[in-house]
Structures are given as structure tokens and as C-alpha cells.
Write a protein that binds this ligand. Structure first.
Ligand code: PMP
Length: 427
């Protein structure tokens, strides 16, 4: 094979048509370190994708890797369902000491299956069990996963259709700024709850993302979140925050909802929790709601010990506030870059959206965001699009990236935009 040829034939022949990211990034990846990846021809890529939020600390972090190698070499237990293990004990203790206690959060930890959709399913199930109610309120453009329960609270029409059955016992309400004609969407929501003629029953729970990762990088305001919490309290509805994508530092704090000053009843986390890209999920539960009976919700791959090892090492980043401050500083740099970009290239009709390092540009020009992402890939940068019509290009660098990495990424993005809007297209 020559140096630049890409051979995807085997994947095309044998891997299902459902594959998707390999179509946006059509090369065969080989190695990765920090904010860089290399394909099998040795071409380097800057990673502004971070495994869709599963690699917030970049690839193959040295400290996590050493801890894992040491654990594996010592024949530490790998698989143990939900049996007690030293690796799990160390994680639980350190999560409580480093994350929960300093933030004054009191939660019990449930380990569902290892994915985002597993934690969401467990949260919905528990909310229904606790309240004895059936319905869940979710929000426009929310995304919560691909299994039936999670799909039923997901907005995207194509993804919902994939269920192949009616998705029931959920009601969709407008997310912050969904209705932009000045209507206060939460007054509207409350009217539905208080009026017996609304056709909406008091739900078991409301579920939302503080910043919608797949639904267009829409950030809910802190006031909106606070008001939701108030409404939930008033009507005795449980508040579930899906922090699968926005959590673990992505928006500038460990939990994305911290600056809003709210205390959700249930929190869903996965993606970057293990720190190393290993599958791990956690459902945090207000202690008095933990009415599960033993084994009532189970799964073979809960509490993967290798993931506990790297997750415990990852918590070192959160020993004090230094890391959060650095993320917030970088977030400001990215925001400035994006604002300048929209000013400098009015042709893209762009608007900056998001919060922290979960940020992007929404462009009014159809298909432009996808074209920018594709051009950036050709030039050696990986980023994805978001939104119901892929109208946002989304900057998701590792949260521990350095300035040099950010600047390299900025150069490629600007060159891609310039190429698409200023330079004549030769076909
Ligand atoms: N919730 C949110 C907010 C997500 O972004 C995702 C994945 N993109 C999920 C749930 C589902 O996670 P998983 O793909 O691991 O099932």
C-alpha cells in the first residue's frame, strides 16, 4: 500500500451499514496521544472531537495508563459483575472525597451497564418506581441514547423512528430558547401541569442536558435550570440531569449543573468518567430514593474494574480548583476565537453557541457546517457536527489540551472556513 492510500474495503464488505463516524473520518486510525491521533499512513490529526466526549483528558494519559498496566500485570480482577472489589472500593471512596463532599452533594452510587443509555434507562426506571407515575417530561432536541426508554425521551425524529414502535409515556416540552418569540417556555410548562384539561399528567420526572450535545450545543441558562428545579419541587417531580456528555469538566466544572446551584435528584454519567475511554457509567441517586431491591436492575458489565482503576487516577485532576480554572481559561480562548471567526467571515452567518469547552458555531447556511468539518478533516483536524440538521460545527478538544494544541486547531478551522467561503471552488 502506498503512503497515502486508504483501504476501507474490509469494513465496507463486512461491517454493517450502520457504521457512521468512519464515513465522516474515512481513514484507518492507528495511534493516539493527548490531543493527537495518527492514521495507519502516519498522518497526524488534531483531536477536537474527544471520542464524542469520552476522552476529555485526551488519549492514553500517562498516569492512567501506568496505573492500568500495573493493575493488569498484578492480575488485579477484571470482571466481577457488582461484587465488591478493591478497585471499586478505591473509586467509590475517592469519588466521595474528591467530588461529592467538597461540593456538598449527597448521593448513593449505582453502577448500571457501562454506557450512557444504561444510566439513563436506570434513572427513568427508578423515577417511575419511586413515584408510581408513568410519564416523563423531556425537552426538545434532547438526546439520551439509543435504547427504547432513552429514545422515548430523545427529540431527534430519525433516531426516534429507528425504534420501530411507538415511544410512549413521555411528553416533550420546549427547551430553553426553543421558542424564540419571547414566550417563557416554563410558564407554558407549568400551565400544563396545573390545568386538568391539559392532557398532561404529573410526570415521574423531568430529564434534560444542561448543554445539548447532539441536539445543537444549546446551553440552558442557569435561571432556566433553577426554575425547572423549583417546578419539580413544587409538583413533587424528580429532576434527572443527563450529564453523560456535559459532565466531567466539559463545561468548566466537574458536574455541568454546579454553577446553576441546583441539586438534581438523579444524575446520569458515563463517557469520560473512566478518563481513559474505557466503558463505565454511574447513576447518582438521592439516598432516600434508593429503593431498589437487590438485583432489580442488573447487567453483566457493571463496574468494570479496569475502568475503576483509570477513573480513580483521573480524579487526581480534581484535587483542587486549579484544573477547573484552567478549563475555564481555555474555554474563554476558544470562545474568543469563535466570536472573531464569525465577525471575520460574515459569509458563514454564524452564531457561537454552547458553554465551556462544549462550544461551536451554528451556521444558517445549509450543509456548510458539514463542509467545514470535512475540509478540516482533510487538513488534519477531527471535529463533528451537531443539531437536528447538522447545522453546528462543534469544538470538543480535550479539556487538558495546551495552548499550542488549541492554536493548531484554530489554524486548521480558520483555513477551512476561508477555503470554503473565499476561495473559488474548482470542480
Ligand atoms: N446522553 C447523552 C447526553 C449523550 O450525549 C449520549 C451519547 N452521545 C448518551 C446519553 C448515550 O450514551 P451511549 O452512547 O454511551 O449510550
Amino acid at each position: 500500500m502506498d503512503n497515502n492510500s486508504v483501504d476501507l474495503k474490509l469494513f465496507e464488505e463486512l461491517e454493517s451499514e450502520v457504521r457512521s463516524y468512519c464515513r465522516s473520518f474515512p481513514v484507518v486510525f492507528d495511534k493516539a496521544k493527548g490531543y493527537k491521533l495518527w492514521d495507519e499512513n502516519g498522518k497526524e490529526y488534531i483531536d477536537f472531537f474527544s471520542g464524542a466526549g469520552a476522552l476529555n483528558y485526551g488519549h492514553n494519559d500517562e498516569k492512567m495508563k501506568s496505573a492500568l498496566i500495573e493493575y493488569i500485570s498484578g492480575d488485579g480482577i477484571t470482571h466481577s459483575l457488582d461484587m465488591a472489589s478493591i478497585a471499586k472500593r478505591n473509586f467509590i471512596r475517592k469519588f466521595k472525597d474528591t467530588i461529592l463532599e467538597p461540593r456538598d452533594y449527597d448521593y448513593k452510587m449505582m453502577f448500571p451497564g457501562p454506557t450512557g443509555t444504561n444510566t439513563v434507562e436506570s434513572a427513568l426506571k427508578l423515577a417511575r418506581k419511586v413515584t408510581g407515575r408513568t410519564d416523563i417530561i423531556s425537552f426538545t432536541n434532547g438526546f439520551h441514547g439509543m435504547t427504547i426508554g432513552s429514545l422515548s425521551v430523545t427529540g431527534n425524529a430519525v433516531k426516534r423512528k429507528g425504534a420501530g414502535i411507538p415511544l410512549q409515556n413521555t411528553v416533550t416540552m420546549p427547551y430553553d430558547s426553543f421558542v424564540d418569540n419571547g414566550t417563557d417556555s416554563l410558564d407554558y410548562l407549568e400551565r400544563f401541569l396545573e390545568d386538568n384539561g391539559s392532557g398532561v399528567e404529573t410526570p415521574a420526572a423531568m430529564i434534560f442536558e444542561t448543554v445539548q450535545g447532539e441536539g445543537g450545543i444549546n446551553a440552558a441558562s442557569y435561571e432556566w435550570m433553577k426554575k425547572i428545579e423549583e417546578i419539580c419541587k413544587k409538583w413533587d417531580i424528580l429532576l434527572i440531569i443527563d450529564d453523560v456528555q456535559a459532565g466531567v469538566g466539559r463545561t468548566g466544572t466537574f458536574f455541568s449543573f454546579e454553577p446553576a446551584g441546583i441539586k438534581p435528584d438523579i444524575v446520569c454519567m458515563s463517557k469520560s468518567l473512566s478518563g481513559y475511554g474505557l466503558p463505565l457509567a454511574i447513576t447518582l441517586i438521592r439516598p432516600d430514593l434508593d429503593i431498589w431491591t437487590p438485583g432489580e436492575h442488573n447487567g453483566t458489565f457493571r463496574g468494570f474494574n479496569h475502568a475503576f482503576i483509570t477513573a480513580t487516577a483521573a480524579l487526581d485532576y480534581w484535587k483542587d480548583e486549579t484544573f477547573e480554572k484552567k478549563i475555564q481559561e481555555k474555554a474563554r480562548t476558544v470562545q474568543e476565537f469563535l466570536i472573531n471567526l464569525t465577525d471575520k467571515y460574515p459569509e458563514i452567518e454564524g452564531e457561537v453557541c454552547g458553554r465551556g469547552l462544549m462550544i461551536g458555531i451554528e451556521t444558517k447556511k445549509e450543509t456548510l457546517a458539514e463542509k467545514i468539518a470535512a475540509e478540516a478533516f482533510k487538513r488534519g483536524l477531527i471535529m463533528e457536527t451537531s443539531g437536528p440538521n447538522d447545522e453546528v460545527f462543534k469544538l470538543f478538544p480535550p479539556i487538558n489540551i495546551d495552548m499550542e494544541g488549541l492554536e493548531k486547531g484554530f489554524e486548521i478551522i480558520e483555513a477551512s472556513v476561508r477555503h470554503l467561503v473565499k476561495e473559488p471552488v474548482h470542480n
